[in-house]
Design a protein around this ligand. Sequence first.
Ligand code: NAP
Length: 488
Amino acid sequence: MARSGSEHVHVAIVGAGFSGVGAAIRLRQAGIHDFVVFERGDEVGGVWRDNRYPGCACDVESPLYSYSFAPNPEWSRMFSPQGEILDYVRRCASEFGVLPHVRFGHAISEAAWNPATKRWQLDGPRGQFTADVLVAGMGALSEPWVPGFRGIERFEGPAFHSARWDPDAALDGQRVAVVGTGASAIQIVPRIQQRVGQLRLFQRTAPWVLPRRDRAFKPVERQLFANLPITQKLLRVGLYLRHESLVLGFRNPSIMRVVQRQALRYLHHQIEDPQLRERLRPDFTLGCKRVLLSDDYYPALAQDNVELVSAGIRELVSNGIVDTEGRLHELDAIIWATGFHVANPPFAKHVRGRSGESLAEVWRGSPTAHLGSMVAGFPNLFLLTGPNTGLGHSSMLLMIEAQLELLLGVLRELDGREAVTVEPDPAVQARYVDQIDRGGKGTVWTAGGCASWYLDQTGRNSTLWPWSTHAYMRRAKFERGDYVVDGV
Ligand code: NAP
């Protein structure tokens, strides 16, 4: 029974990024129309709506970083910029009829399974809802994280996270710090270096950087993509196979030494100053952290107005950052390119299962889920891009689409057999997690000698799928015997 005053839907999807919009499209295609997408923002796009920093683009080629069912002949470049990716998600949401299902400005702040009604109860500032099935599409990289440096509140200039870019902040000719050298920072640095007066780049760990070799698609290629769609499909297959083959290197760190030699040659070629080169030389196995692709990062660092700071950050003061060597870096603005809450996603505190415990309480800092999607004790909850579905080597869209097929399998079970609840058998889930843990042993992610966001506070890889995407696609099928199905 619905709570009085609350609206009931069959499926509630939270988040309208690539995964939430994809879920909505696949539901409609499967003939399921009783669903709502709750989106806290005022448009679709998820991370591609939120990340608007200069230089923001995808580091996976666009023909592969798109839905398989919606090829886009309009991509301007091999690695298209954020604006085009956002337009693509918007267009897909519109053309596939998703938009009428989306409630914009509707954050869901609490979700609790009600064992009496066998429904999810959803609460948010805009009201209460109930749902038979809850699909969490909030994304793994949606909650910005800024380290709690001493005195952070003292700094008087603009200071903002890369994913909360302030377009009004005056950076031209100013003394600006970028903190962090991950995938976001290496896109930002080359773009602001020409505008700012002085750039201080705070590097804690030197990343591995390989050339991106981006290029614009020629008009003739775009015409071919539009008029002969098989050509874009073939390109996608080629890119897919190239990315899939990379997994061999990630699983066998010795292979990565060959790629490291290529990366070091690239560093030597780009940076003349031997001292700077030495400070930019990574000290872990390539692939242990996300491999960064850039054609303009090293050239930007070689410019006179850029200083690489390898000392740590001791504290912030009103006019800058004091490093661990006691040097004051006077600054007008600070950009935190310091990443996201990943292994400890804030939403986990707010999703409560049958026992009343939250996901965060059950996970205790190390998220696990059967097939990265469903959790014992949390009936009818489906996590998109959940634990161990991330990738270090290919397009997340491949994993999202495989998960969506699994979701449809779960919904077919519920709708076709008049079942009320589905959740993984705890023993099956435990066996699966054990396989994942064993599969990750010896890979570059766990044995590569780095501290990355792929590893959680217990040191476990709870983020990445440790095999090929093909292996996940084969695995992510609904097998009835692996689940506890109630109400048949
Ligand atoms: P990130 O990879 O987590 O990088 C955060 C950076 O901040 C790291 O260099 C880290 O140093 C540094 N940092 C963190 N705490 C620090 C501290 N206390 N003092 C100094 N430095 C500190 O974050 P991100 O660059 O935003 O990227 C996150 C993920 O988003 C990527 O891995 C990728 O999956 C995705 N992304 C994708 C694209 C794309 O093109 N598709 C673009 C941007 C982001 P350490 O290395 O020492 O930890």
